[in-house]
Write a protein that binds this ligand. Structure first.
Ligand code: MTE
Ligand code: HPA
Ligand code: MOS
Length: 776
């Protein structure tokens, strides 16, 4: 058995870490073979649910006459709050989020009842027959109105303080104050929310959910049913996009499907229409930011005081951690020696806002960049100069407003390289020249950096589990607590396992996430999926390998250092044994070939009361240069060229990481340009379909798009194969688009005034800003 060492091939395994493998489901995505929940065959007798939504922003529900709904053809049942054993799905245990509204509604579109029928169409049609009597109460949908009306915070505000802001502000040579509105964003995942519940024996139920957080769905379904968690199994093979919108928002659909399934002992599926998905589920928080900054004559910041107020909606959901993360990113790459940042998570009569790529970070960072931009226009310099002047130092001037020292700062190198490779300086000069003689079309260019903190700020979330089985034939079954939403997590974790055992990637079978296989998992969020689950999977492999090595030593009588895993073989002394043969031998010797792995992020801690700690294990960096042209007569614009240099440490998979960087940039560009959410005076969301809500089209992509990964980068912390998280940080590379639009606009007043563009900078806003500046 086995070959001699001389026969050993020098071949590497195919698809190991650091290789650019395509997403494991790529071909299935494009051929339609990838199975989503709505594609699954339904069990015999399955029913369909549809939600009935409120038509008032804030009202007492005087009566709900659902007789006609119940009598409609095909209707089997109608559930109201009274039918929900435990009517709360607040993810933060604040008891402020009913599954179905009870006695009053707090936003236009809040689910009041659920119709269960033989077909989806019957359920959906029946919702038109409800007669609901409301008694209106005052409502506030806007964050500024909510503050003026003394609406409460949905969760306690955070304060980050360092230095002595009052004294430094007073003694600063220059001071300025400004404000900015930063818009929200709908996730617009391709697959909307969906859940299917299949009843089991006793109190058992299995739920298929499009969720980033199967453990929370399990917990919420159990809670709503008044059942223990061990009665509920949640499975999630993949999502057609989540983007944060499925971190908590799937709970409602899963809970209702499960309740109905248990009542009728039949499977129940719920899938809202796109409009209802947009109306009834949370989005990115929009913010109002106000600040005062003190700075020296060069433009160096001496003191910054800022308040970030967010439209949180009717319940807390994740608004606490989201508004916290906004404050954590206001500094971006800039040292703020004296600083006071405050969050105001405002209750409003709107859908409860939630996680969205960047999780408040983009809003905080954009506000911080506006501070830089205002200073730049005030001192009459290129904003890039002001940025560099304020960069964190590498050995000093490196303490953040939350008292974490920045130890891995590479912003100067990233920005320096990009400034050179994009030919920024020459192009800026040329643009200024162009604008002098161009009457209608004006151009702008901007370079903005990104520093994004990696780890959940809720420290306990930074843990993960995995389950690895090696079967007798040498094939490997991989499971971990993370979820696949298109970001390529499963491919990356499989690459780690392939690398650990030194077998081809094809040897690893990726399986659906299930609470029955890996318990107590965290949401796949905060960009930490591969950091956490990659490590947990490596840990499981380690355990199995340790047993295999011990077996080989005993079986072949060799010392440990003579057993190594080489490409698709195990080398024992001078014998080279094919991996499947070796595994078979281990099985025959009764070696346990399965392990549950675990990982928790080291070094992190956070004291929210004090506003101090080390919330982040490390930072990911990047920078982008955007060039735009605007039409000063119509406000229309184009993004002409974008150059990006982004840091992913030692990439686990450069192909997937490249896709993440490009996709995040485009999604960020949509957020800052065309995606606008608009509520009418009745508090009704009027942008709830692609007819009125505009995500970027293929034709909106930059005409020239040069994206590079910083291949020289590594992670100074011991992350999985020294990689860095990639999911969210590149979203904020789009900040340069807004600032380039700002420069093009400013040209109409000879760059004397900062245009103060709010986000999103829709063509209307550009036109209004141009008109305003023409008067200046
Ligand atoms: N990429 C795709 N294709 N689809 C998604 O839904 N979500 C983003 C990002 N990239 C998302 C995506 C968000 S919000 C996060 S937090 C990360 O992926 C989560 O996955 P990761 O931690 O495995 O990177
Ligand atoms: N990021 C994303 N999701 C989260 C976080 C976070 O920091 N905390 C809780 N859920
Ligand atoms: Mo991402 S917003 O952390 O799901």
């Amino acid at each position: 058995m086995g070959q001699t060492v001389s026969a050993r091939s020098s071949k590497e395994i195919s698809g190991g870490v650091h290789t650019p493998r395509q997403h494991d489901s790529a071909h299935k995505h494009v051929t339609g073979a990838a199975e989503y929940i709505d594609d699954m065959p339904m069990p015999a007798g399955a029913l369909h649910g549809y939600l009935g939504l409120s038509e008032r922003a804030h009202a007492t529900i005087k009566s709900m006459d659902l007789d006609a709904v119940r009598a409609a053809p095909g209707v089997v049942d109608v559930l109201t709050a009274a039918d929900v054993p435990h009517n709360d799905i607040s993810p933060t245990a604040r008891d402020d989020e009913p599954v179905l509204a009870d006695g009053y509604c707090e936003f236009y579109g809040q689910p009041l009842y659920a119709v269960i029928a033989e077909t989806r169409e019957a359920a959906r049609n029946a919702t038109q027959l409800a007669k609901i009597e409301y008694e209106d109460r005052d409502h506030k949908t806007d964050v500024i109105d909510a503050m003026a009306a003394d609406y409460p915070h949905v969760t306690p505000p955070l304060k980050l303080e360092n230095g002595d802001v009052k004294t430094a502000m007073q003694s600063a040579a220059n001071r300025l104050s400004s404000e900015m509105r930063i818009g929200g964003q709908d996730h617009f995942y391709l697959e909307g929310h969906i859940a299917m519940a299949v009843p089991g024996e006793d109190d058992e139920v299995t739920v298929y959910s499009s969720t980033q957080h199967p453990s929370e769905v399990q917990h919420m379904v159990a809670h709503a049913l008044n059942a223990p968690s061990n009665a509920v199994t949640v499975n999630a093979r993949r999502m057609g996009g989540g983007f944060g919108g499925k971190e908590t928002q799937g709970n409602q659909f899963a809970a209702i499907a499960a309740i109905a399934a248990k009542r009728h002992n039949r499977a129940v599926k719920i899938r809202p229409d796109r409009d209802d998905d947009m109306i009834a589920t949370g989005k990115r928080h929009d913010f109002h930011m106000k600040f005062e900054v003190g700075y020296d004559d060069e433009g160096r910041i001496e003191a910054l005081e800022a308040v970030f107020a967010a439209r949180c909606g009717f319940s807390s959901d994740l608004s606490g951690p989201v508004t916290d993360r906004a404050l954590f990113h206001t500094d971006n790459c800039y040292y703020l020696p004296n600083v006071l940042l405050t969050s105001r998570p405002m209750k409003t009569n709107t859908v409860s806002n939630t996680a969205f790529r960047g999780f408040g970070g983009p809003q905080g960072m954009l506000g911080g960049e506006r501070v830089i931009e205002e200073i730049a226009y005030a001192v009459g310099k290129d904003p890039l100069e002001i940025r560099k002047l304020n960069f964190y130092g590498e050995t000093d001037r490196n303490v953040t407003p939350y008292h974490q020292t920045v130890e891995d700062n590479i912003v100067a190198r990233i920005v320096g390289e990009l400034e050179g490779s994009s030919d920024y300086q020459a192009r800026r000069k040329a643009i200024i020249e162009f604008n002098k003689t161009s009457p209608v079309i004006r151009k702008g260019i901007a370079l903005t950096p990104v520093k994004f903190g990696i780890s959940f700020t809720a420290t306990w979330y930074n843990q993960a589990g995995s389950l690895v089985h090696v079967y007798q034939d040498g094939s490997i079954h991989l499971n971990h607590g993370g979820t696949e939403m298109g970001q390529g997590l499963n491919t990356k974790v499989a690459q780690v396992v392939a690398d650990e055992f030194q077998v081809d990637l094809e040897t690893i079978r990726i399986t659906a996430t299930s609470t029955g296989k890996v318990p107590n998992t965290s949401a796949t969020a905060a960009s930490s999926g591969s950091d956490l689950n990659g490590m947990a999977a490596a840990n499981a492999c380690d355990q199995i390998k340790t047993r295999l090595v011990a077996f080989a030593c005993e079986h072949y009588g060799v010392p440990e250092d003579q057993v190594t895993f080489v490409p698709n073989h195990v080398q024992v002394g001078n014998q080279l044994i094919p991996f499947p043969d070796f595994i078979k031998q281990a099985y025959m010797a009764r070696i346990q070939l399965s392990a549950a792995g675990f990982y928790k992020t080291p070094k992190i801690h956070w004291d929210r009361e004090k506003g101090q700690g080390r919330p982040f294990f490390y930072f990911a960096y990047g920078a982008s240069v955007s060039e735009v042209s605007i039409d000063t007569l119509t406000g229309e614009y184009h993004v002409d060229r974008v150059d990006i240099l982004h840091d992913v440490g030692r990439s686990l998979n450069p192909a997937i990481d490249m896709g993440q960087v490009q996709g995040a940039f485009i999604q960020g560009m949509g957020w800052l340009t065309t995606e606008e959410l608009w509520w009418d005076d009745n508090g009704r969301l009027r942008t709830h379909a692609p007819s009125t809500y505009k995500i970027p089209l293929a034709s909106d992509r930059p005409k020239e798009f040069n994206v590079q990964l910083a291949t020289w980068s590594t992670n100074r912390e011991r992350t999985i194969r020294r990689s860095k998280a990639v999911g969210e940080p590149p979203f904020m590379l789009a900040n340069s688009v807004l600032e380039a639009l700002s420069m093009a606009t400013a040209s109409v007043a000879d760059y004397r005034v900062c245009p103060r563009l709010d986000a999103p900078a829709t063509p209307e806003r550009i036109l209004m800003a141009v008109e305003r500046l023409k008067q200046a």
